[in-house]
Design a protein around this ligand. Sequence first.
Ligand SMILES: Nc1ncnc2c1ncn2[C@@H]1O[C@H](COP(=O)(O)OP(=O)(O)OP(=O)(O)O)[C@@H](O)[C@H]1O
Ligand SMILES: [Mg+2]
Length: 227
Amino acid sequence: MKDALLGVHGLSKNFYSGAEQIPVLSDISLALARGESLALMGRSGSGKSTLLNLLCGLEQPDAGMISILGNTFDSRQAMDGRSRERRWSDLRRQQIGVVFQEANLMPAMSLLDNVRLRAKLAGQDESGCTSWLDRLGIGSLAGRYPDQVSGGQRQRAALAMVFAMKPALILADEPTGSLDRLTADEVAKELFRLQSDSGCALILATHDGELAARCGQRLDLAHRVSV
Ligand SMILES: Nc1ncnc2c1ncn2[C@@H]1O[C@H](COP(=O)(O)OP(=O)(O)OP(=O)(O)O)[C@@H](O)[C@H]1O
Ligand SMILES: [Mg+2]
């Protein structure tokens, strides 16, 4: 594929509860090039967050291969755990921006300092950080601490952090899940604007059909787990 950024082949993941095996993802394959976007859909518990965690190295698959930004992680090939962790953490610091379902910001730092820190760790210029908060409609909250803003405002700050690091790939887990329709539309507009301006790839997990419809590709995860 031209300018491939991510290739996934035969990815499977089980969790365990005591001796009971809980199959979550089975034989997932996908491919994404720079500038492309993919919506992950599926019912609660279908494995969207688990797949995003596999794609940024925070979970390890039971089977399958991930080829990402010039790195290959193949479950059939033994790799020293420390070197694997180092490669994934380098990718997360510089090239893969992750917006988690529950925004995780440094509690002792203001929203702006959180954004600046992420830019700095990624080797990016910190001067534009205020404008990312402005573009997401929370510029006036720049000096507040994470526990002084709402969940949706924290989520937007987490997006600003990812924008500021100028990643090659954004993984966003329900980035508009805690926002009202109007704010969700504005945030989605910024997300897709950033994507087309920077040419990065985007994978987002969402229950929002309108947001998913804006992505070029869509992967529906089957709901295999009984709850
Ligand atoms: N660490 C874990 N140990 C055991 N089971 C887990 C673990 N993490 C997730 N699961 C289970 O794996 C399944 C998939 O979870 P996941 O969080 O990926 O779903 P999801 O599609 O993101 O759901 P939602 O839409 O509610 O966010 C669920 O049944 C969940 O209970
Ligand atoms: Mg989830």
